[in-house]
Design a protein around this ligand. Structure first.
Ligand SMILES: Cc1cc2nc3c(=O)[nH]c(=O)nc-3n(C[C@H](O)[C@H](O)[C@H](O)COP(=O)(O)OP(=O)(O)OC[C@H]3O[C@@H](n4cnc5c(N)ncnc54)[C@H](O)[C@@H]3O)c2cc1C
Length: 458
């Protein structure tokens, strides 16, 4: 198992439950393996962007996290609340910790960076950064999102990982800062700055200069027990291509608002159809969507809790926020105080003094942008192939990887964000728990198959 986040650990657990004689080693390159990058974050104030009652670990216990929260603090949270990510981290630690303990000694967690995988006659050889090699009958790639490809690294004032516990160390409360990106990561940074009492000027720069839109007001949505049902765009319209889909969503959203329902319900209503729609689109349709419509889709689909967006409103109200459409050209630390050079809309170049620059550009969109040595090793040997847009790795419904010759490899699996080329929606717990169950079951079948050369080890 390569990757010790939610996907890797849940797949290992499902596989070992289904294959009672097998064992698994989970490799994680970070010290903070569990509860994963998203939930082990340093800041108390960061919130989930999925409702608590949808964050359960398995499909048979979708409400498990909300029930756990309610037992821990009775009556404090509504099931529809966007609670602290830390709470989900605690839940993962407790639940996964118990599941892993019940499977010991068949499961081993190892701190290690897998830099290459080689297929030998009977099994795989995985090489770690330290030079050691481990062998396994099957390999699962659960490596999360590709790292961002920030071309402007190297400066001391640049925070490459905004969730690092040291990201805000020694920052003067009145210092000007720059946030590159305006997505959910940027909102995390604004929330952290506010919680630390930062009073300086904040410049946010991104290609579209737009923050995520708010989740529906739960009081307004629930007021509609007697309201008409959600307006859902026709699936056939969505499948006709991105421009037809955009029109259909717009018409449905206007209709929803006209009958007193939030537009957000329209976006949520098409979520179960997203993979079917994405699959129906041609490669040209997908490129058109990625190039022109994706920024608009992202701010409507990956929304933020209202309490988080209130931080943006506060910054605006105190005239401390500047939001620019553009890109960061470079960080200039030569003239005493650090400054950033920005290329903005209309080709204008702007200079802003800035004591710290937070990298919030998000993960690389295409795997070729910033492949790590593991990915290079897999591609160089033709063990994996990517979808036409290069968003991820091709796989079948169980997550069995499709290699460069088009053959399905029954002993090499992928799940999580790297499946977005095939599925598009492949990032959040509601999708990942489905994948972990399917891949875990397929892995268990493989490991209990008497004809498999190493049927007793994973
Ligand atoms: C800030 C943030 C907030 C989020 N909020 C939510 C939310 O509210 N709700 C929700 O459902 N989802 C949320 N997500 C999505 C989140 O990523 C998923 O819910 C889930 O945690 C992903 O799990 P994963 O195991 O697939 O990936 P990850 O948690 O990224 O785990 C992959 C692991 O693989 C390791 N790894 C990679 N390469 C190697 C290698 N070569 N060798 C060894 N280890 C390796 C990485 O270090 C990493 O720990 C959020 C994501 C982020 C970044």
């Amino acid at each position: 198992m390569i990757g010790g986040g939610f996907s890797g650990l849940m797949t290992a657990i499902h596989a070992l439950r289904g294959a009672p004689h097998a064992s698994a080693v989970v490799f994680e390159r970070l010290p903070r393996a569990r509860p994963g990058v998203a939930y082990g974050g340093a800041d108390e104030a960061h919130l989930l962007n999925v409702r608590a009652d949808r964050m359960g670990l398995t499909t048979s216990d979708v409400g498990g996290f909300a029930a756990w929260l309610d037992r821990r603090a009775p009556g404090r949270h509504e099931p529809s609340d966007f609670v602290r990510r830390r709470h989900f981290g605690d839940f993962l630690n407790e639940r996964l910790g118990a599941m892993i303990a019940s499977l010991r000694p068949r499961i081993t967690l190892v701190r290690g960076d897998v830099v290459a995988v080689r297929r030998d006659a009977d099994d795989f050889a995985m090489r770690l950064a330290g030079g050691e090699t481990t062998r396994a009958a099957a390999v699962v790639l659960a490596v999360g999102l590709p790292a961002p490809s920030a071309p402007w690294s190297g400066d001391v004032g640049l925070v490459v990982d905004p969730w690092s516990p040291t990201a805000f160390d020694d920052l003067d409360a009145s210092a000007p800062v720059t946030v590159v990106g305006t997505g959910l990561t940027a909102l995390d940074v604004l929330v952290s700055l506010a919680r630390r009492g930062h009073r300086g000027r904040v410049t946010c720069v991104s290609r579209n200069g737009r923050f995520p839109l708010p989740h529906a007001d739960p009081h307004r949505s629930s007021a509609g027990a007697a309201a008409p049902p959600t307006v859902t765009p026709q699936r056939a319209e969505l499948m006709r291509g991105p421009l037809a889909a955009l029109r259909a969503v717009r018409v449905a959203a206007i209709a929803a608002l006209a009958c007193g329902r939030p537009w957000q319900e329209v976006i949520d209503a098409i979520r179960p159809h997203t993979t079917a729609v994405w699959s129906a689109w041609s490669d040209r349709d997908r490129e058109r969507f990625l190039g022109r419509i994706r920024p608009l889709w992202e701010i409507h689909r990956h929304r933020a809790p209202r309490s988080v967006l209130a931080v943006v409103d506060d910054l605006r109200a105190s005239d401390r926020l500047e939001v620019l459409r553009g890109t960061l050209l470079r960080v200039d630390a030569s003239a005493g105080r650090r400054a950033v050079l920005l290329r903005c809309a209309g080709n204008e170049t702007l200079r802003r003094s800035s004591d710290r620059v937070f990298n919030c550009i998000g993960p690389a969109l295409r795997i070729s942008e910033n492949p790590d040595s593991l990915m290079r090793s897999l591609f160089d040997q033709g063990m994996v192939s990517s979808d036409a847009a290069g968003l991820g790795l091709r796989a079948d419904a169980d997550g069995c990887v499709i290699d460069a010759r088009g053959a399905v490899r029954r002993d090499l699996f992928v799940l999580g964000a790297l499946r977005r080329g095939d599925l598009w929606e492949s990032t959040a717990v509601p999708e990942l728990r489905v994948q972990a169950e399917a891949t875990g079951a397929a892995l268990a079948r493989l490991l209990t198959d008497a004809t498999h050369p190493m049927g007793a080890h994973a």
